[in-house]
Design a protein around this ligand. Structure first.
Ligand SMILES: Nc1ncnc2c1ncn2[C@@H]1O[C@H](COP(=O)(O)OP(=O)(O)O)[C@@H](O)[C@H]1O
Ligand SMILES: [Mg+2]
Length: 254
């Protein structure tokens, strides 16, 4: 399964990406997680130190991956993938460490091509932690054109639900059929009800709702990996995995 995690800035894409990747790894799946944020920190959520996250080699730009291209997804995983304490292989696609160095389109082109080539023999789950905004769908070809499922992470705000509705419309143009909203940071029954009502109003099917967990902020401050998540957090994320199973995105475990 190829899963794109998208949504507005700060809604929890990286947190959800790391928790989901770790949940699939716990089930015995081979998981490749791709960080496409120009300010990458998925590695830290997967248990790498800041220095090790920064040292993950960035994928070459504008690669054509697959038959007749520059390289294969298998080679890229071998040469650029880094094992993390969460049991997930991390790829880093975009890093901006020079001012005025130009746009990141060529990095996104590599990710698009990689997703088109990556096969079940190399990874059971390929998960992309996408940068904020809608450009991953509008950019030439669409970075996530080969994703099986898009999860649009939302916080309890109407604007983030509207972002999900806009994402669905663009994804539809790309021929992506399975696009779901995922509520995050729900601070009680009122927020859960808001997610259900607003998602229905804007035509966004819901994959689930994750609560606001104090542990998430504490783990961030302590630089602790998501693998240490308490049961209340893993229960929330396992419900999303179960939804994805039911939605037909079943994942083969080893
Ligand atoms: N379920 C949650 N409970 C509590 N805090 C959360 C939750 N999800 C995300 N956060 C916090 O929200 C902030 C943004 O999360 P992050 O995953 O970095 O978002 P994004 O990748 O969308 O920018 C972080 O400080 C993170 O700790
Ligand atoms: Mg992020």
């Amino acid at each position: 399964m190829k899963l794109g995690i998208v949504g507005k800035g700060g809604v929890g894409k990286t947190t959800v990406s790391a928790l989901l990747a770790a949940a699939y790894a716990r089930r015995g799946a081979r998981v490749v997680a791709i960080d496409t944020d120009s300010n990458p920190n998925l590695g830290m959520s997967l248990g790498l130190s800041f220095a090790d996250t920064d040292a993950v080699p960035v994928l070459p730009r504008a690669l054509i991956v697959g038959a007749g291209g520059d390289t294969s997804s298998e080679d890229l995983i071998r040469d650029y993938g880094r094992c993390t304490p969460a049991g997930v292989t991390l790829l880093s696609a975009i890093r901006v460490n020079e001012a005025a160095a130009g746009c990141t389109c060529a990095g996104h082109a590599t990710v698009r091509s990689f997703l088109g080539d990556v096969l079940a023999e190399h990874a059971d789950v390929t998960l992309v932690d996408m940068e904020a905004g809608l450009e991953h769908l509008s950019r030439s070809g669409g970075t996530l054109a080969y994703a099986d499922v898009l999860l649009v992470v939302m916080e309890p705000s109407r604007k983030s639900v509207i972002t999900a509705a806009r994402t669905m419309a663009l994804a539809d143009d790309l021929g992506l059929e399975r696009v779901y909203g995922l509520g995050n940071k729900a601070r009680g029954q009122g927020d859960i009800e808001f997610f259900h009502a607003a998602a229905a109003e804007h035509g966004v099917p819901l994959a689930g709702v994750l609560a606001h967990h104090e542990w998430v902020g504490e783990a961030d401050r302590a630089a602790a990996p998501v693998t240490d998540a308490p049961e209340e957090v893993t229960r929330d994320i396992d419900a999303v995995v179960a939804f994805l199973d039911r939605a037909g995105a079943k994942v083969g475990a080893r």
